[in-house]
Structure formats: C-alpha cells, structure tokens
Design a protein. Structure first.
Length: 760
C-alpha cells in the first residue's frame, strides 16, 4: 500500500450546481370512490364522535386524538391524506401506516360533510388511501413492559415511577389546554400529591406519578390527551466479566498529551491508578460512597489511553484528558451493595453535566445496562433524550450496543432461533450518537467465534426506524464454549493499575471514542459531523468485502471498523482520491455536479473501472411525535453516468448503489431495506473487469425531501466520495484534482495538524 500523505480535498459549492426540482406526479387513487366507501368513512368518524362524546360535551376547547391507518401501498408522503384532514390536522404517528389527527366535535362534523360531498379530486383520492379510522383507546396507551411486569407480580418495584406522556398538538393553546385537563383529571383520581412534571427543552415532557395498583394505570390511560403510560427505566453498569492476568507491560508515558478531553459517564475512574490519575481534570460524583465501584470506569479510561499497547495493536495515540462523571452505582454483587439509577435521574445528571462541561468537552462515552428492554421499531425515551442533548449542546455521544447476558450466546453465523434476543438496548437507538458493537480480537480452538467476527455477547441492529445500528464496531472481546474469557478478552487496567482482562461492548465503545478524538483533534477546523462522517467512511472502506458477503452482516457490524491510524482516515495516497462535499441543499432544489472528472487512467476503451465508496451524513430535524417517522428529512446522493440523447437532454444512470438494495416499490420496503430517511447512508461499487460504459460523462446529484407537511428551508450535509484504483500504479489523485480545477471548482485542503507540521 502506498503511503497516505496527500490531503483530502473539500469541494466548494458553485451556484450553478443548484437546480430546481421538477413538478410532482399525478394524483393517485387506490380504489374507486363509491357510496359504500363514503358511508364507511363517515361511519368511522361518527364512531369517533360517539367515543369522545363526554369529552366534547364537557369542554369544546379540549381536543382529542384519532388514528388513521392507511393502506400499505399508500405510506409514501405523497399519498398522505392531507386534504381529508383539512379540519382534523395531522399531529403525529407511530407506525409507518398510522397517522394521529387532532379531533374536535366541530372538526369531525365538517369532515363528515366533506366525505359525503368530496370537494376535490385530491380529497377523493385521499379517501381511497384509508384503511381504518379509530379513536385512541386506553389499552393502546399502556406499554407492553408495564403490562408484563404487572403479570409477573413485580408491579410494586415500579409503581412509584410511572411515566405519562401526553399528545403534542403542535399548538401552544391546545397543549396548554390538554396539560391542564390531564392534571385536573389526575387530581380527581386522587393523585394530586403524587405527580411531578419533568421537562427538557420544548418537546420532552413527562408526568411522573406514584400509583398503588395496575387498576390505577388503567384509569390514567383512560384520560383524554394521555399518549402513553410506561415507567421510568432503571439503568446500571453493564454486567461484564473481568479476571486478573499475570501479564505486565511497561506503560511508558512517552506520547503527546492532547488538549482534547473526553467525558466518561460511568462508575468513576480510580485515582489509585497512577497511569490514569494525571489525566483526570474534573470529577463530579452523583453516587453515594458506599455504591461507588470504579472498576468499570477505570477499565474504560485505560482502553482510551493504553488499549492499543495493552492489546498488542501496533500504533501510537495521544493521551486525552478525562472529565470523570460518577453517575452509575455498583451492579456487581461480588463487590458490595448494588443499585441502579432511574431514567429520570440520569437525564437530570446528564443535563447538569452538559451545562457545566459541554463548551470544553465535546466527546462523551457512556455504557449502560438494562434488563429485558430491547429496542423495537420505536425510539426509546432515553435515546430521544440523548438526541436532544447532542443537538442542544453540540456534543458527540458514544454508546454501546449492549451486552447479551442470557444463554445461549450468539455464535457466528448466528443460530436460526436467536429471534430478537440480541437486539440493541436503550439508548443505543439514539440517532445522533455513534453506537458501537463488538468484534473479537483474539480466538482459540474453543472460542465461540473467530477473530474479527461479532462477539457472542454483542447486540445487533437495526435500530428504531430501521436505521443502521450499531454504526460501527471495534474490539470488545470473545469467550469460549466453556464460558471462559482467559486469553480471549480485552486487556485493560484495574483500579490499582494492574492489567486485567474484560469482555463487553463497554470496552469496544471507548476504542471508538479514542479514534474519533484522534480525528477530531487532528482537524484544524473542528467539526463534529465531519469527524463522524470520516469515521463511518473509514469503517466502510475497511469492511467493503465483509459487507459484500451478506447484506445482513450490516446488522452486526454496522458500517464496519474504522482504521486504527488517524493518518489513514484523514489522508489519501496517489492511487486514490477522497473528496468531501460539506454543503447545503435547499427546499425545492437539488444539487448537480455535471461533468465530474472521473480519473482518465480508469477509463479504457470508453469503459470505466475502479472502486467507489460514498458516505453521506447529515443531522435531520427530529420529531418524537411521529414515531417511526422520527427523522423528518431525507437526503440522498447519487453518482453515475449520463448520455446526451438526440433531443439534447441527458439520460442519467446511477452507478453506485446504496448498501441495502430494495426491489419493492412501496415506501415501507424503501424504509426497511433501502436506508430511506436514515441520516447516514453508505454507497459502494467495485466495478468488475467488464467495466461500465463511460457515456458522455459522470455527475453527482444530491436530493432533499422533507416529510409530509414539514417545511424544511435547507439541510446541511457531508458527502465523502473515495475513488480508488484497485490495481494501483496510477496517480488518479492528481487526475481528479486537476480535472476539478479545469471545470472551475474551488477546492481546499482538509487541513490537519500533520500538514501544518510538514510546512514547518
């Protein structure tokens, strides 16, 4: 491999790249508009009037909520029944085919009149998209976890921390009305002294209630305006194996100490460990002394500082400063008294910590344990809270995908009967966070998996909304069939500075935090989103063959494992070129870079060859009201060839597909299998020996589409494109850079500290 010492190029946006979108398609019908259909829809709305009759009679200002279910083929935003809902506006949803609407008596009556005499072609088409219309019933509001705990006889363990969420009507007046109404109803039910309002920002609001019986839960769920009744989860330190080892290394502190600090929200870092103590610049304790167990947090900090050396990985890295947040109590019964931390308490601690440290500490590591709470299709509350925190305070969280602690552990390839046991746990579904899974570094004749295969305990994706989770993987350990970790686990330091072995995604996660810190530190212009994109892009480039073997591998590996050396992530060699487009696309337009300078040495006999990898990253607006439509903006990239036809118009053909292909035309298939609405997308193609026709040129296109009814003026994004000469030997770096210059594109170096050192 050639040395990577050439700068990555930032391509600046040209005004001529901005193109207006063409008009939309024709109105689509999903059946005939018959008298039977009109009568059926009218009857459904009449049922809503009957269900909420007492509410509407009591106070006409209090809104209620209905639920429209659309046909599976009508899920796409262009088919949403907006015209049908002109008086009963859409206020959210849960599943892709569900829509929540605000209803009042007058609005429903006016809608029924329109159904009987449809006012427009669009209204008639909307009617054919409807599968069902129902009120929100109390049984729908009670979480499955709450019901399960009650059935198992453990209701007393959570009865004092019941979590109530209300519907958000996206209207201040309605929200004030419904909050007041719900609080009055709670008082009537006898909870006047047993409830507390918890809020974060403008959107995250909970009512915490103490109850006595499950029947109280049913009564609360019957209150109009209540969206869900659950309980505040209890988190603890992950259960991880750890054993002593006779191995000892000289941890000479001969590397540079960076100014970058990493926050560790965990059980604490021991100041008895002389290898770590000098780097702790701040400490906050939220756990009483009897419950502080610093073993886990110390191991994590040692992985960041010394993980490569301890585990025989040849590379050097800077030392980082630590902000030590002691927030999670001991969970190891062999150590001493155990406890956990309530979800609401953890949220409060995180917000306090961010207010104090986020301006100086941008990178945060957090690994949590939670029993029997795998992520399903909807976002977890803690995941959404972490998204809010990262947006508000401009920080980057690293969270573990979670450990599978129940036998049997997963083998590789996975057993057919694993089911959903190994799905990621909260808050690994956080959209903004970088979620990290684990692969094995070591193997033995008796190990459950081989080196570089997913660790037997590492949880898999996808995350909520079918987003790729974990995002990436790193080394976190292995285990034998006899459940021994000796010689198979990761090596770190204990509280006294002795070398120990430990297993868990908790130990792969800080490896990624360290790699991210190296990239972020090396950048002259600090940029969290760009650093994230570079990490993901490096992982994908390193794992291209692995993900080609089986598309399902992405559930376990995410986009792969980033390079160990920061120079491999932030620089190019002559036989490859990496371009960064850090730009913005505005509503009603798309971006087109026409006549892209594909490397001339990779075009032979009018056919193109080479390897192309693209990573797209952006931070879309998020809205918890919409369930599986949580991400409100979709950005997509395309790179391909075009041929100018006889009429002078170019015919375009995308040549670099998304990682997950989909064949079905319906929206649900695109979401589940095609990364649609995912804020990180990966595209890859290794052009075979047959090549592809060059046509009249190449172009890059970027499109942006908001969700139904959402107005998005613009969206920033980062697109990273790498073109590589598979055979090597050609200076395609210079060919592309010179070609961009000839076409009038301005480029800047992605400046790194290494380049500044070279200049000196």
């Amino acid at each position: 491999m050639k040395d990577k010492n050439l700068p990555i190029k930032l391509v600046l946006q040209k005004s001529s790249d901005i193109q207006k979108n063409q008009g939309g398609g024709n109105t689509k019908f999903f059946g005939d508009v018959t008298q039977e259909l009109q009568d059926n829809i009218s009857a459904k709305f009449e049922g809503i009037l009957d269900f909420y009759e007492d509410i509407f009679r009591e106070n006409e200002l209090i809104p209620a909520v209905g639920k429209i279910t659309v046909k599976s083929e009508a899920i796409a935003k262009s088919h949403k029944p907006n015209d049908l809902c002109r008086y009963c506006p859409i206020i959210g949803g849960e599943d892709l085919n569900q829509i929540y609407i605000k209803v009042t008596q007058k609005a429903v009556e006016e809608t029924i009149s329109l159904v009987k005499q449809p006012p427009s072609e669009k209204f008639r088409a909307n009617m054919t998209a409807i599968h069902d219309i129902q009120p929100i019933r109390p049984s729908e509001k009670i979480s499955d976890n709450l019901t399960q705990i009650s059935q198992e006889g453990n209701f007393e363990s959570i009865c004092k921390k019941i979590k109530i969420k209300l519907f958000d009507f996206d209207n201040d007046f309605d929200n004030i009305q419904i909050m007041g109404y719900v609080l009055r109803q709670l008082d009537k039910l006898g909870f006047s002294n047993n409830h507390e309002l918890i809020t974060y920002g403008e959107k995250i609001k909970y009512i915490k209630v103490a109850v006595k019986s499950f029947q109280d839960i049913v009564r609360i769920a019957s209150i109009n305006g209540v969206k869900s009744v659950d309980f505040f989860q209890k988190y603890s330190l992950p259960l991880t194996d750890c054993i002593n080892t006779d191995l000892q290394l000289l941890l000479k502190d001969d590397s540079v100490t960076s100014e970058i600090s990493i926050g560790i929200i965990d059980g604490g870092i021991s100041d008895k460990n002389q290898f770590l103590k000098p780097y702790i610049i701040a400490r906050e304790e939220y756990v009483s002394k009897d419950y502080i167990n610093e073993s886990h947090g110390t191991f994590i900090a040692s992985i960041i500082q010394y993980g490569n050396k301890l585990n025989g990985i040849t590379t050097t890295n800077s030392k980082y400063k630590f902000v030590d947040i002691v927030a999670i109590p001991n969970s190891d019964k062999n150590w001493g008294p155990t406890d956990g931390i309530g979800e609401e308490e953890l949220m409060e601690i995180i917000e306090k910590v961010m207010e104090k440290y986020s301006s100086s500490t941008k990178i945060w590591n957090m690994s949590l344990g939670i029993e029997n709470k795998v992520c399903d299709g909807s976002m977890s509350d803690l995941g959404m809270f972490l998204d809010y925190i990262q947006d508000k305070y401009s920080v980057q969280f690293f969270v573990s995908s979670g450990n599978l602690n129940q036998l049997p552990l997963r083998e590789w390839p996975p057993q057919d009967d694993m089911g959903e046991r190994d799905r990621i746990i909260s808050p690994a579904d956080s959209v903004r966070a970088i979620t990290v899974g684990s692969v094995a570094l070591y193997e033995s004749q008796d190990s459950i998996v081989r080196a570089n295969e997913p660790s037997p305990f590492s949880r898999r994706g996808p995350g909520a909304n079918y987003i790729v989770k974990p995002d990436v993987v790193d080394y976190g350990g292995n285990i034998s069939h006899s459940l021994s970790i000796h010689g198979l686990a990761m090596k770190g330091l204990d509280v006294n500075g002795k070398i120990v072995e430990g297993n868990g995604t908790s130990y792969s996660t800080p490896r990624l935090a360290q790699k991210f810190a190296s990239v972020y530190d090396e950048m002259v212009e600090k940029d969290l989103l760009l650093a994230k994109a570079m990490i993901i892009h490096s992982a994908r480039m390193n794992s291209r063959e692995l993900l080609e073997q089986d598309q399902d591998n992405i559930k376990y590996y995410g986009f792969g494992m980033p390079s160990i050396k920061v120079s491999d992530i932030l620089h190019c060699s002559e036989d490859e070129v990496t371009l960064v487009f850090k730009q913005k696309v505005t509503a009603g337009t798309h971006l087109e870079m026409i006549d892209f300078p594909y490397p001339t040495s990779l075009i032979r006999n009018n056919k193109c060859f080479g390897e192309i990898c693209m990573t797209l990253a952006y931070n879309p607006i998020l809205d918890e009201r919409f369930g599986k439509e949580y991400c409100r903006i979709n950005v997509d990239a395309s790179f391909g060839t075009y041929k100018v036809q006889k009429n002078g118009k170019p015919k375009y053909s995308g040549q670099v597909p998304l990682e997950c292909a989909w064949d079905e035309k319906f929206e649900q298939s695109r979401v589940e299998n095609g990364f649609k609405w995912s804020p990180i997308k990966s595209y890859y193609r290794k052009i075979s020996s047959k090549g592809i026709m060059a046509g009249d040129g190449w172009k890059i296109r970027i499109d942006m589409n908001p969700r139904n009814g959402f107005i998005a003026p613009s969206q920033e994004f980062v697109l990273i494109v790498t073109i590589k000469d598979v055979l090597g030997g050609n200076d395609i770096y210079s060919e592309v850079i010179n070609g961009l210059r000839e076409r009038g594109y301005m480029t800047n170096n992605l400046e790194t500290k290494q380049q500044l050192r070279y200049r000196r």
